[in-house]
Design a protein around this ligand. Structure first.
Ligand code: PLP
Length: 391
């Protein structure tokens, strides 16, 4: 008999009832160290007082009115994002894949309005992940995601990750945009080198294409900059954001330059819930912390500390781990053992990590984790590695 919850997930036999900072508690009182943050979502950890305050204060005032009216919290969050990024304008969604939908629509409408309606194609890369909507799975294009769900949304060209020559060769009269994650998340924590992001920006400029960055996982302070592309010193035309921006409340956004967004006039796009008062009140509180240079400096300091200890861990356990990769507090341990076994052994040691493709386990801790949490994380990873070795 089918379970009452549609069984599209292979869930771990764990059930959490409470969270605080980087720690999660099960119903029977076990405390787990959370290096997953609900897949890079709980950027400020669990039950951060500022987020609880923002949510509960707003909940007592007003939950929902729809986008038929002005929403002051939405205006405030858009202003913050515009102030701190390349963007001139923002549309709010409830998830990352909805942001992907709009990014694709925006790019196509841009060229339609410029009298080039044939420019509809978007170049993407293998190992990428853009969510589970029709546009999202067509953009990523992996067999695992698209098989059985045809006919797929047309207009995506899939290239090998890192193949810059392939990009130049793939550009034609019908190309509209290049879409890429500055650090692939689901694909196994694969950072795009700065030089390559710079080259993609240049290729887009030369060919009049739009650069769409998917910072759903790597954005919002995760890499130690507010957004990951800042490391490469470039800016996109359109950027998808979600996960960390809501700190646990479902919230996403598309950020764009005035030019890239020029086709999106009244009536061309919408969302009933997107940018609702609850989500945006929380998003403002997240931004007030994460956009603070002192906060980002701390993320970088702690990332350096954690990374150094992880290098030692990998050196000590060559049968379990191959290398450390990633940027800031978006780290991956490429495994020699089976990554799912390592994640499972982590559970035995009350440690949460997240598997990814390419036989990687992801470490995406709350950006607020403490030095003591880092020491505890490394100690639990040591025990986990020893357990995998002994198995
Ligand atoms: C998680 C993710 C998405 C999809 O976000 P949802 O909120 O699950 O729809 C899109 N792109 C990237 C890079 C992601 O990590």
């Amino acid at each position: 008999m089918i379970p009452s919850v549609l069984p599209t997930y292979n869930r771990a036999p764990l059930e959490f009832v409470k969270g605080e900072g980087a720690w999660l508690t099960t119903a029977d009182g076990r405390r787990f160290l959370d290096l997953g943050s609900g897949i890079a979502v709980n950027a400020l950890g669990h039950a951060h007082p500022a987020l609880v305050e923002a949510l509960t204060t707003q909940a007592q005032a007003l939950w929902h009115v729809s986008n038929l009216y002005h929403i002051p919290q939405q205006q405030a969050l858009a202003d913050k994002l515009v102030e701190h990024t390349f963007a001139d304008t923002v549309f709010f969604t409830n998830s990352g894949t909805e942001a992907c939908e709009l990014a694709v629509k925006m790019a196509r409408k841009y060229f339609y309005d410029k009298g080039q309606p044939e420019r509809v194609e978007i170049i993407t890369f293998d190992g990428s992940f853009h969510g589970r909507s029709s546009a999202g799975i067509a953009a990523a294009g992996s067999e695992k995601m698209v098989k059985g769900f045809g006919p797929l949304l047309p207009g995506f060209v899939h290239l090998t990750f890192g193949d810059l020559d392939g990009v130049t060769n793939a550009i034609s009269e019908t190309t509209a945009a290049i879409m890429i994650e500055p650090v692939q998340g689901e694909g196994g924590i694969r950072p795009v080198p700065d030089a390559e992001l710079k080259a993609l920006r240049q290729i887009c400029d030369e060919h009049g294409l739009l650069l769409i960055l998917d910072e759903v996982q790597c954005g919002v302070g995760r890499t130690g900059k507010l957004f990951a592309h800042e490391w490469a010193g470039i800016t996109p035309d359109i950027m998808m954001v979600a996960k960390g921006i809501g700190g646990g409340f479902p919230l996403g956004a598309v950020l764009a330059t005035e030019d890239a967004a020029s086709g999106m006039t009244a009536g061309t796009h919408g969302s009933t819930y997107g940018g609702n008062p609850l989500g945006c009140a929380v998003g403002c509180a997240v931004m007030d912390h994460v956009a603070d240079p002192d906060f980002l400096a701390e993320v970088n300091r702690k990332a350096g500390l954690l990374r150094q200890k992880l290098e030692g861990l990998v050196a000590d356990h060559p049968e379990v781990f191959e290398e450390v990769r990633g940027s800031g507090l978006m780290l991956g341990l490429k495994c020699k053992a089976v990554n799912a076994d390592v994640v499972k052994a982590g559970y035995d040691n009350a440690l949460i990590t997240v598997p990814a493709a390419d036989n990687v386990i992801r470490l995406l801790p709350p950006l607020t984790l403490t030095d003591e949490d880092i020491a505890e994380a490394v100690s639990r990873l040591e025990k986990t590695a020893a357990q995998v070795e002994a198995a």
